[in-house]
Structures are given as C-alpha cells and as structure tokens.
Design a binder for this molecule. Structure first.
Ligand code: BTN
Length: 269
C-alpha cells in the first residue's frame, strides 16, 4: 500500500545502495525535477542526489514536449551524476537508466516491462516510463548529468491525447503500487549497472541484457528522421547504445538517438 505522501525519510528507508538516492530532496510541487536537480548540481550537491516531486507543473519530455505529472500518483524523479566522461558518451546513460528502471519495476512490483529504444519502458503496447537525460558541459568536459525518470505508477486515468499510448503500473497490476519501494529498487539497480558501465565507459557488457529487454528486437521498425523515414528490421544495439537496423536491401543502418524517433510499423511499439 502506498503511503499518501513521499517524504525524504520514507524514501531513504528504501535506499539500500551506497550512493544513488543517499541525498534526497522532495517537493510537494515544483516546475520540473530536472530543473531543480540542475539547480542543486550548480550549488554543489553530490553525485547520487535524488530530486523527487509529488507533482510537476512544467514536467519536461523529450524534444521540447511536456510530461503529464499529476499529484500523488507518479514517480517523478531526477538523479544527479558527475561522471568523468566526454559529453558525447552521456547519451548512453539513458540506456543504463532504462535497464535500471526495468529491473527496479520488476523487483519493486513483480511486473515485467520492456525497453523501447532508447529511453521508454512499455508494458504491452503502452508506455509506462520515459527518461530525459540532460547535461551541463564546459568544452569537452561533462560537469554534470541529470537523469530524469518519469514512471506512471498509480495514475488511474490518462488525458484523451495519450490514452491510447500510455498506461500505469496500477492499471496493469490492478492494485496500488508502493512508489517508495520502486524508487529504492531503481536506485539499487542503477548503482549496479552504473558500475558495469564505468568499467568500459560503453555498453559492451550490458548490450546482451539490454537486447533481451528490447521490445524492438527482431521487429520491423519505422525510423523517423528529420529528413524522411524508412523501415527495417531491428537487430539490437551496438556497444555505444546505437540501434542497428537492417534495410530490405541488406544495408545496415546505425541509428544514434537525438532527433530520430523509432516506432513500430503499426503504431507506437
Ligand atoms: C519522455 O519520454 O519524453 C521523457 C519524459 C521524462 C519525464 C521525467 S519526469 C521526471 C523528470 N523531470 C522532468 O521534467 N522530466 C523528467
């Protein structure tokens, strides 16, 4: 059973790792946890700081879109990282986070979800989580990275515009989700995958596990680029997190995230 409100103490009680989520700031309402986390980063808060809000009134999605973040029902959180990696490697952190969220949801709720490359989690055909990674750089130095995670936990009803493509853990499971437990499980899983990532600074050791969770694997995908679109067979990810897609003529395309959007041939997945 989910307690009504998230508090720093209650979340801390679920943190089992050594650094991710060890410093927590909880808001009852804020603009965006990513914005607040970036502010704390500038104030010098340490790696592993976690910002959580019951409600976001300016939640941010990818590509300048908004993120529906109603009060008391979701997990809207941002994790501060200070990795010593060049900025071009930071997009891989989104994939590390996706692995952690999948595992955290599985251990925290018993529900199986899949990853839709690069940064969504889905159950069935519908989205249950989105990840927005933002960073501050100085030349070729990464000053900090903020990994923003939005999990539709106990949302009971979605607005008309996203009803067809979004669902929540509550709607799938048919019972209230313990948000604090899921947060703790995601943080513990993040530490684990993060350590593996740091060993090689790429995804070579995580690729197999990512592919095993990848909903797109072995399916026809529609790749939407600013200049046009094409369809091909998804072969999984490469060691830098790029998606490998084979075109009908046998040519293999390597797709890096950014302005590209990948969809199923018949819909979102
Ligand atoms: C997407 O799928 O478009 C990414 C959505 C990311 C939403 C989360 S909610 C917590 C964090 N704060 C934000 O403003 N956005 C991210």
């Amino acid at each position: 059973m989910d307690q009504k409100f998230l508090t720093e103490e209650a979340i801390l009680a679920e943190i089992t790792g050594s650094w991710a989520g060890k410093r927590i700031k909880v808001f009852s309402e804020t603009d965006s946890t990513n914005i607040q986390c970036r502010r704390l980063a500038a104030e010098g808060w340490p790696e592993g700081t976690l910002v959580v809000s019951e409600c976001q009134n300016a939640g941010k999605g990818r590509r300048g879109r908004g993120w529906v973040s109603p009060a008391g029902t979701g997990i809207w959180m941002s994790l501060l990282l200070r990795p010593e990696i060049p900025p071009q490697k930071a997009s891989m952190l989104t994939l590390v986070a996706a692995l952690a969220v999948e595992k955290g949801i599985r251990l925290g709720t018993g529900l199986d979800s899949r990853i839709k490359w690069p940064n969504d989690l889905v159950i069935g055909q519908k989205k249950i989580c989105g990840i927005l990674t933002e960073m501050r750089t100085q030349g070729n130095v990464t000053e900090h990275v903020v990994v923003g995670i939005g999990i539709n936990a106990n949302i009971k009803e979605f607005p008309e515009e996203i009803k067809e493509s979004a669902t929540s853990l509550y709607l799938v499971k048919g019972e209230e989700i313990n948000r604090k437990k899921v947060i703790g499980c995601v943080m513990a899983a993040f530490e684990e995958y993060w350590e593996t990532f740091l060993q090689t600074l790429d995804l070579r050791a995580l690729k197999e596990e990512y592919d095993a969770k990848l909903v797109n694997l072995g399916r026809q995908v529609r790749v939407l680029e600013p200049g046009g679109e094409y369809t091909g067979l998804c072969r999984g990810i490469g060691s830098e997190g790029e998606l490998l897609v084979v075109l009908p003529d046998g040519e293999e395309k390597t797709i890096f995230s950014g302005e590209v959007s990948v969809r199923g041939v018949y819909g979102y997945v």
